[in-house]
Design a protein around this ligand. Sequence first.
Ligand code: BTN
Length: 317
Amino acid sequence: MTNKQQLLHALSCGRDRYQSGEELARTLGISRAAVWKAIERLRDEGHLIEGKSRVGYRLISLSPLFDHGRLSRELAGWDVQLFDTIDSTNRYAKALSSERAVVIALSQSAGRGRLGRSFYSPRGGLYLSLRLPISFPIGEAMLLTSMASVAVHRALLETTGKECAIKWVNDLYLGEKKVCGILTEGVVGMESGQLSSVVVGIGINLFSALDEELRERATSLYESEEEAIGDLDANLLVIRIVEYLTALIERLPDRGYLSYYRTYSLLTDRDVVVHQGREHFEARVVEIDDEAHLVVADREGEIHTLSSAEVTIRLAR
Ligand code: BTN
Protein backbone atom coordinates (compact mmCIF):
# COMPACT_ATOMS: atom_id res chain seq x y z
CA MET A 1 0.00 0.00 0.00
CA THR A 2 1.17 3.56 -0.69
CA ASN A 3 1.68 6.11 2.12
CA LYS A 4 -1.64 7.66 1.15
CA GLN A 5 -3.53 4.37 1.40
CA GLN A 6 -1.86 3.44 4.70
CA LEU A 7 -2.69 6.83 6.13
CA LEU A 8 -6.31 6.54 5.04
CA HIS A 9 -6.46 3.17 6.74
CA ALA A 10 -4.94 4.53 9.98
CA LEU A 11 -7.28 7.55 10.02
CA SER A 12 -10.26 5.37 9.22
CA CYS A 13 -9.50 2.92 12.06
CA GLY A 14 -9.14 5.75 14.55
CA ARG A 15 -11.88 8.02 13.31
CA ASP A 16 -13.29 8.49 16.81
CA ARG A 17 -10.21 10.41 17.98
CA TYR A 18 -7.48 12.79 16.83
CA GLN A 19 -4.12 11.31 15.87
CA SER A 20 -1.11 13.57 15.90
CA GLY A 21 1.23 13.87 12.93
CA GLU A 22 3.93 12.34 15.06
CA GLU A 23 1.80 9.36 16.07
CA LEU A 24 0.76 8.75 12.45
CA ALA A 25 4.36 9.00 11.28
CA ARG A 26 5.39 6.44 13.90
CA THR A 27 2.52 4.03 13.10
CA LEU A 28 3.25 4.17 9.39
CA GLY A 29 7.04 4.25 9.70
CA ILE A 30 7.32 7.41 7.55
CA SER A 31 8.41 11.02 8.17
CA ARG A 32 6.03 13.74 9.41
CA ALA A 33 6.55 15.57 6.13
CA ALA A 34 5.39 12.45 4.27
CA VAL A 35 2.30 12.29 6.53
CA TRP A 36 1.50 15.91 5.77
CA LYS A 37 1.96 15.37 2.02
CA ALA A 38 -0.30 12.31 2.07
CA ILE A 39 -2.96 14.25 4.04
CA GLU A 40 -2.94 16.97 1.38
CA ARG A 41 -3.31 14.40 -1.37
CA LEU A 42 -6.23 12.73 0.42
CA ARG A 43 -7.93 16.11 0.86
CA ASP A 44 -7.45 16.80 -2.85
CA GLU A 45 -9.31 13.54 -3.54
CA GLY A 46 -12.25 14.72 -1.46
CA HIS A 47 -11.65 13.06 1.92
CA LEU A 48 -12.72 15.25 4.81
CA ILE A 49 -9.83 15.34 7.24
CA GLU A 50 -10.13 17.71 10.14
CA GLY A 51 -6.82 19.09 11.43
CA LYS A 52 -6.55 20.70 14.89
CA SER A 53 -3.32 22.46 15.71
CA ARG A 54 -1.35 20.72 18.48
CA VAL A 55 -3.98 17.95 18.63
CA GLY A 56 -3.91 16.06 15.36
CA TYR A 57 -6.02 14.79 12.49
CA ARG A 58 -9.38 13.06 12.30
CA LEU A 59 -11.32 11.66 9.39
CA ILE A 60 -14.91 12.86 9.32
CA SER A 61 -17.92 11.71 7.39
CA LEU A 62 -20.62 14.12 6.42
CA SER A 63 -23.33 11.57 5.80
CA PRO A 64 -25.88 11.08 8.54
CA LEU A 65 -26.74 7.78 6.85
CA PHE A 66 -23.81 5.77 8.20
CA ASP A 67 -22.51 5.36 11.71
CA HIS A 68 -19.07 3.80 11.86
CA GLY A 69 -19.36 3.02 15.59
CA ARG A 70 -22.61 1.09 15.19
CA LEU A 71 -21.38 -0.78 12.12
CA SER A 72 -18.17 -1.82 13.90
CA ARG A 73 -20.09 -2.92 16.99
CA GLU A 74 -22.70 -4.94 15.12
CA LEU A 75 -20.26 -6.40 12.63
CA ALA A 76 -17.83 -7.71 15.23
CA GLY A 77 -14.87 -9.46 13.64
CA TRP A 78 -15.06 -7.30 10.50
CA ASP A 79 -12.69 -4.46 9.67
CA VAL A 80 -15.26 -1.75 8.87
CA GLN A 81 -14.03 1.24 6.88
CA LEU A 82 -16.14 4.18 5.85
CA PHE A 83 -15.15 6.82 3.30
CA ASP A 84 -16.79 9.90 1.93
CA THR A 85 -15.09 9.26 -1.36
CA ILE A 86 -12.56 6.76 -2.67
CA ASP A 87 -11.37 5.57 -6.08
CA SER A 88 -12.97 2.12 -5.79
CA THR A 89 -14.05 0.21 -2.69
CA ASN A 90 -13.25 -3.04 -4.49
CA ARG A 91 -9.73 -1.91 -5.30
CA TYR A 92 -9.23 -0.77 -1.70
CA ALA A 93 -10.69 -3.97 -0.19
CA LYS A 94 -8.43 -6.10 -2.41
CA ALA A 95 -5.34 -4.25 -1.11
CA LEU A 96 -6.24 -4.66 2.58
CA SER A 97 -4.52 -7.18 4.78
CA SER A 98 -7.61 -7.87 6.93
CA GLU A 99 -9.25 -11.23 6.33
CA ARG A 100 -12.78 -9.89 6.64
CA ALA A 101 -13.50 -6.31 5.71
CA VAL A 102 -16.49 -4.12 4.94
CA VAL A 103 -15.54 -1.04 2.93
CA ILE A 104 -18.20 1.62 2.37
CA ALA A 105 -18.00 4.81 0.32
CA LEU A 106 -20.53 7.51 -0.50
CA SER A 107 -18.98 8.12 -3.90
CA GLN A 108 -16.23 6.63 -6.05
CA SER A 109 -13.99 8.33 -8.57
CA ALA A 110 -13.02 5.13 -10.41
CA GLY A 111 -15.80 2.63 -9.71
CA ARG A 112 -15.33 -0.69 -11.45
CA GLY A 113 -18.07 -2.55 -13.28
CA ARG A 114 -18.35 -5.95 -14.92
CA LEU A 115 -16.42 -6.88 -18.06
CA GLY A 116 -13.78 -4.20 -17.41
CA ARG A 117 -16.30 -1.38 -17.63
CA SER A 118 -16.37 1.59 -15.29
CA PHE A 119 -19.22 2.04 -12.83
CA TYR A 120 -20.64 5.57 -12.52
CA SER A 121 -20.56 6.25 -8.78
CA PRO A 122 -21.84 9.73 -7.87
CA ARG A 123 -22.75 10.82 -4.35
CA GLY A 124 -26.10 9.36 -3.38
CA GLY A 125 -25.08 5.75 -3.79
CA LEU A 126 -24.02 3.05 -1.38
CA TYR A 127 -20.74 1.62 -2.65
CA LEU A 128 -19.92 -1.41 -0.58
CA SER A 129 -17.23 -4.08 -0.81
CA LEU A 130 -17.05 -7.18 1.35
CA ARG A 131 -13.75 -8.97 1.58
CA LEU A 132 -14.10 -12.60 2.60
CA PRO A 133 -11.67 -15.49 2.95
CA ILE A 134 -12.32 -18.43 0.63
CA SER A 135 -13.85 -20.87 3.08
CA PHE A 136 -15.56 -23.01 0.43
CA PRO A 137 -14.53 -25.19 -2.52
CA ILE A 138 -13.12 -23.01 -5.27
CA GLY A 139 -15.63 -24.39 -7.79
CA GLU A 140 -18.37 -22.72 -5.80
CA ALA A 141 -16.83 -19.24 -6.07
CA MET A 142 -18.89 -18.81 -9.25
CA LEU A 143 -22.02 -18.94 -7.10
CA LEU A 144 -20.99 -15.94 -5.02
CA THR A 145 -22.49 -13.35 -7.32
CA SER A 146 -25.87 -15.05 -7.32
CA MET A 147 -25.69 -15.43 -3.52
CA ALA A 148 -24.86 -11.73 -3.23
CA SER A 149 -27.87 -10.88 -5.43
CA VAL A 150 -30.13 -12.84 -3.07
CA ALA A 151 -28.53 -11.31 0.06
CA VAL A 152 -28.89 -7.74 -1.24
CA HIS A 153 -32.42 -8.40 -2.48
CA ARG A 154 -33.53 -9.73 0.93
CA ALA A 155 -31.79 -6.92 2.79
CA LEU A 156 -33.39 -4.26 0.58
CA LEU A 157 -36.83 -5.82 0.91
CA GLU A 158 -36.48 -5.93 4.69
CA THR A 159 -35.07 -2.45 5.21
CA THR A 160 -36.90 -0.46 2.50
CA GLY A 161 -39.99 -2.56 1.75
CA LYS A 162 -39.08 -2.18 -1.93
CA GLU A 163 -39.33 -5.32 -4.02
CA CYS A 164 -36.66 -5.51 -6.69
CA ALA A 165 -36.24 -8.11 -9.39
CA ILE A 166 -32.97 -10.00 -9.89
CA LYS A 167 -31.65 -9.75 -13.42
CA TRP A 168 -29.25 -12.59 -14.09
CA VAL A 169 -26.64 -12.67 -12.95
CA ASN A 170 -25.69 -9.65 -10.94
CA ASP A 171 -28.15 -6.79 -11.25
CA LEU A 172 -31.15 -5.71 -9.23
CA TYR A 173 -33.93 -3.88 -11.01
CA LEU A 174 -36.68 -1.67 -9.69
CA GLY A 175 -39.43 -1.90 -12.29
CA GLU A 176 -37.51 -2.28 -15.54
CA LYS A 177 -34.52 -0.17 -14.47
CA LYS A 178 -31.25 -1.08 -12.83
CA VAL A 179 -30.84 0.05 -9.23
CA CYS A 180 -27.90 -2.12 -8.14
CA GLY A 181 -24.90 -3.83 -9.73
CA ILE A 182 -22.61 -6.45 -8.22
CA LEU A 183 -19.02 -7.29 -9.13
CA THR A 184 -17.14 -10.21 -7.57
CA GLU A 185 -13.36 -10.23 -7.83
CA GLY A 186 -10.79 -12.76 -6.63
CA VAL A 187 -7.70 -11.90 -4.59
CA VAL A 188 -4.60 -13.97 -5.26
CA GLY A 189 -2.29 -14.47 -2.24
CA MET A 190 1.15 -12.91 -2.79
CA GLU A 191 3.02 -15.92 -1.46
CA SER A 192 0.79 -18.83 -2.42
CA GLY A 193 -0.17 -17.54 -5.87
CA GLN A 194 -3.57 -19.12 -5.10
CA LEU A 195 -6.97 -17.49 -4.86
CA SER A 196 -7.12 -16.63 -1.15
CA SER A 197 -10.02 -14.18 -0.76
CA VAL A 198 -12.87 -12.72 -2.68
CA VAL A 199 -14.22 -9.20 -2.80
CA VAL A 200 -17.92 -8.80 -3.48
CA GLY A 201 -18.60 -5.23 -4.62
CA ILE A 202 -22.14 -3.87 -4.47
CA GLY A 203 -23.26 -0.53 -5.87
CA ILE A 204 -26.79 0.62 -4.95
CA ASN A 205 -28.34 3.86 -6.18
CA LEU A 206 -29.91 5.19 -3.00
CA PHE A 207 -30.68 8.76 -4.08
CA SER A 208 -28.20 9.23 -6.93
CA ALA A 209 -28.89 12.06 -9.34
CA LEU A 210 -28.76 10.36 -12.73
CA ASP A 211 -28.58 12.26 -15.99
CA GLU A 212 -31.27 11.96 -18.65
CA GLU A 213 -29.42 9.34 -20.66
CA LEU A 214 -28.82 7.11 -17.62
CA ARG A 215 -32.41 7.54 -16.42
CA GLU A 216 -33.50 5.55 -19.50
CA ARG A 217 -32.02 2.39 -17.96
CA ALA A 218 -31.21 3.13 -14.31
CA THR A 219 -33.06 4.48 -11.31
CA SER A 220 -32.61 5.22 -7.60
CA LEU A 221 -34.48 3.91 -4.58
CA TYR A 222 -35.24 7.44 -3.31
CA GLU A 223 -35.83 10.87 -4.83
CA SER A 224 -33.61 12.74 -2.38
CA GLU A 225 -31.23 12.37 0.55
CA GLU A 226 -33.95 13.64 2.92
CA GLU A 227 -36.32 10.94 1.73
CA ALA A 228 -33.61 8.28 2.16
CA ILE A 229 -32.73 9.51 5.66
CA GLY A 230 -36.41 9.49 6.65
CA ASP A 231 -37.11 6.00 5.35
CA LEU A 232 -33.94 3.96 5.37
CA ASP A 233 -31.74 2.57 8.12
CA ALA A 234 -28.66 2.38 5.89
CA ASN A 235 -26.54 0.84 8.65
CA LEU A 236 -29.05 -1.98 9.01
CA LEU A 237 -29.04 -2.46 5.24
CA VAL A 238 -25.26 -3.02 5.31
CA ILE A 239 -25.47 -5.26 8.39
CA ARG A 240 -28.17 -7.44 6.83
CA ILE A 241 -26.28 -7.75 3.52
CA VAL A 242 -23.22 -8.99 5.41
CA GLU A 243 -25.25 -11.36 7.59
CA TYR A 244 -27.32 -12.82 4.76
CA LEU A 245 -24.35 -13.31 2.45
CA THR A 246 -22.19 -14.99 5.10
CA ALA A 247 -25.11 -17.24 6.11
CA LEU A 248 -25.56 -18.37 2.49
CA ILE A 249 -21.84 -19.08 2.14
CA GLU A 250 -21.84 -21.08 5.39
CA ARG A 251 -24.67 -23.21 4.07
CA LEU A 252 -22.81 -24.23 0.88
CA PRO A 253 -23.06 -26.71 -0.85
CA ASP A 254 -26.78 -26.16 -0.11
CA ARG A 255 -28.21 -24.30 -3.08
CA GLY A 256 -31.66 -23.78 -1.65
CA TYR A 257 -31.16 -20.04 -2.03
CA LEU A 258 -31.56 -20.47 -5.78
CA SER A 259 -35.30 -20.96 -5.32
CA TYR A 260 -35.43 -17.42 -3.86
CA TYR A 261 -33.34 -16.25 -6.83
CA ARG A 262 -35.79 -17.89 -9.27
CA THR A 263 -38.83 -16.43 -7.49
CA TYR A 264 -37.56 -12.89 -8.10
CA SER A 265 -35.83 -13.51 -11.43
CA LEU A 266 -36.68 -10.81 -13.96
CA LEU A 267 -35.76 -12.93 -16.95
CA THR A 268 -37.64 -16.20 -16.58
CA ASP A 269 -39.90 -16.76 -19.63
CA ARG A 270 -38.75 -13.47 -21.16
CA ASP A 271 -37.37 -12.86 -24.65
CA VAL A 272 -33.79 -11.65 -24.47
CA VAL A 273 -30.79 -10.82 -26.62
CA VAL A 274 -27.63 -12.67 -25.59
CA HIS A 275 -24.37 -10.79 -26.26
CA GLN A 276 -21.15 -12.82 -26.28
CA GLY A 277 -18.19 -10.77 -27.45
CA ARG A 278 -19.09 -9.48 -30.92
CA GLU A 279 -21.80 -12.11 -31.43
CA HIS A 280 -25.40 -11.87 -30.35
CA PHE A 281 -28.55 -13.93 -30.74
CA GLU A 282 -32.18 -13.78 -29.69
CA ALA A 283 -33.50 -16.34 -27.26
CA ARG A 284 -36.16 -17.16 -24.70
CA VAL A 285 -35.13 -17.76 -21.10
CA VAL A 286 -35.98 -21.27 -19.90
CA GLU A 287 -34.58 -21.37 -16.35
CA ILE A 288 -31.79 -20.68 -13.91
CA ASP A 289 -30.12 -24.05 -13.28
CA ASP A 290 -28.53 -25.36 -10.08
CA GLU A 291 -25.14 -23.84 -10.98
CA ALA A 292 -26.83 -20.41 -11.34
CA HIS A 293 -26.34 -20.64 -15.10
CA LEU A 294 -28.93 -19.10 -17.39
CA VAL A 295 -30.54 -21.63 -19.70
CA VAL A 296 -31.98 -20.17 -22.91
CA ALA A 297 -33.51 -21.56 -26.10
CA ASP A 298 -32.54 -19.80 -29.34
CA ARG A 299 -34.89 -19.27 -32.30
CA GLU A 300 -34.09 -22.75 -33.64
CA GLY A 301 -34.92 -24.29 -30.27
CA GLU A 302 -31.31 -25.06 -29.48
CA ILE A 303 -30.56 -24.90 -25.75
CA HIS A 304 -27.62 -22.79 -24.51
CA THR A 305 -26.39 -22.89 -20.93
CA LEU A 306 -24.70 -19.57 -20.15
CA SER A 307 -22.23 -18.83 -17.38
CA SER A 308 -21.81 -15.19 -16.48
CA ALA A 309 -18.36 -14.70 -18.03
CA GLU A 310 -18.48 -12.45 -21.08
CA VAL A 311 -22.23 -12.63 -21.45
CA THR A 312 -24.58 -9.67 -21.39
CA ILE A 313 -28.33 -10.07 -21.53
CA ARG A 314 -30.70 -7.42 -22.81
CA LEU A 315 -34.45 -7.72 -22.63
CA ALA A 316 -35.91 -7.90 -26.14
CA ARG A 317 -38.29 -4.99 -26.81
C1 BTN B 1 -21.83 -3.81 -12.76
O1 BTN B 1 -23.03 -3.51 -12.75
O2 BTN B 1 -21.17 -3.82 -13.80
C2 BTN B 1 -21.17 -4.11 -11.44
C3 BTN B 1 -20.97 -2.85 -10.67
C4 BTN B 1 -20.33 -3.05 -9.32
C5 BTN B 1 -20.09 -1.73 -8.64
C6 BTN B 1 -19.61 -1.86 -7.24
S1 BTN B 1 -19.71 -0.32 -6.38
C7 BTN B 1 -18.80 -0.97 -5.06
C8 BTN B 1 -17.71 -1.82 -5.67
N1 BTN B 1 -16.56 -1.00 -6.00
C9 BTN B 1 -16.33 -0.95 -7.31
O3 BTN B 1 -15.39 -0.32 -7.85
N2 BTN B 1 -17.24 -1.67 -7.96
C10 BTN B 1 -18.18 -2.30 -7.05
